[in-house]
Write a protein that binds this ligand. Structure first.
Ligand code: TYD
Length: 240
């Protein structure tokens, strides 16, 4: 069945950050938020799973390391339920108000983690993403690419530091981080494969570079993409 997609018009700009574990998404997202606010551009920072009140309940189920019995299909549908609520309640209203929205993960995570790595099939995850988002896709999806072993080592280090600083004595790997290295290797390959399939929408950044280098590369990408959207008032603000 061909789904009817209402690409509802909006004057905003949607950016998603994607990639495997430990690619430095949070740090780079913080830099990008500052970049926009420094240019007086209203920006909404959000995440998946968990960008809404209902979503945060779904997130708890999805990431609880004790929930090992979740079936792959149930896992996919929970991520999609979170996304459907997220689009309707948070992302779309912000885009319609002309804001920039940065989402820490979005539809491509389902394509890679569930479609490719859990072997549910890209045809399913793509069709279901169309349904859950009502056809709303990012203007640009940025993949922070890092070899899986380096990424996982960074995550382990973060947890050790949290424990050491007594910020959270029960800090532990979540259900997805607990997957074996081979799974995370597939995640990396999956994102790279997807970026080859959709070279315009999905852009890969080498996250093994220094924090400053990654930050500049992201800003360059964003400037180019916004500049190409002729007539955008966003570009005028970025130029200032
Ligand atoms: P999170 O704690 O947000 O960490 P990070 O994004 O820094 O890795 O964990 C979200 C986890 O959920 C992450 O392992 C990727 C996974 N995920 C999916 O498997 N499918 C999805 O559709 C989404 C949005 C995330």
């Amino acid at each position: 069945m061909k789904l009817k997609s209402s690409k509802r018009s909006n004057s905003g700009f949607l950016i998603s950050f994607e990639g495997g574990e430990g690619g430095g998404k949070s740090t780079q997202i913080r830099h990008l938020v500052k970049y926009f606010t420094d240019h007086n551009i209203p920006v909404v920072l959000t995440l998946e799973p968990g960008g809404t009140k209902i979503g945060s309940k779904i997130r708890k189920i999805l990431l609880d390391p004790k929930n090992t019995e979740i079936s792959h299909r149930a896992e996919l549908l929970l991520y999609l339920a979170d996304r459907a609520q997220h689009v309707e309640e948070c992302i779309l209203p912000a885009l319609k108000a002309g804001k920039v929205v940065i989402s820490d993960r979005y539809a491509d995570s389902s394509n890679v983690y569930q479609g490719i790595c859990r072997k549910l099939g890209l045809e399913w995850t793509m069709a279901l993403n169309d349904y859950a988002t009502d056809g709303l896709y990012p203007n640009i999806a940025i993949i922070l690419d890092i070899p899986e072993k380096i990424g996982l080592a960074r995550v382990q280090q973060r947890i050790l530091t949290q424990k050491f600083n007594h910020k959270s004595s029960n800090a532990q790997l979540d259900r997805m981080e607990n997957e074996k290295v081979a799974f995370h290797k597939k995640v990396r390959q999956g994102f790279l494969l997807l970026s080859k399939k959709y070279p315009k929408r999905i852009q890969v950044i080498n996250a093994a570079l220094s924090e400053e280098e990654v930050k500049s590369a992201i800003q360059k990408l964003i400037r180019n993409r916004i500049q190409k959207m002729k007539g955008q008032s966003l570009w005028k603000k970025l130029e200032q």
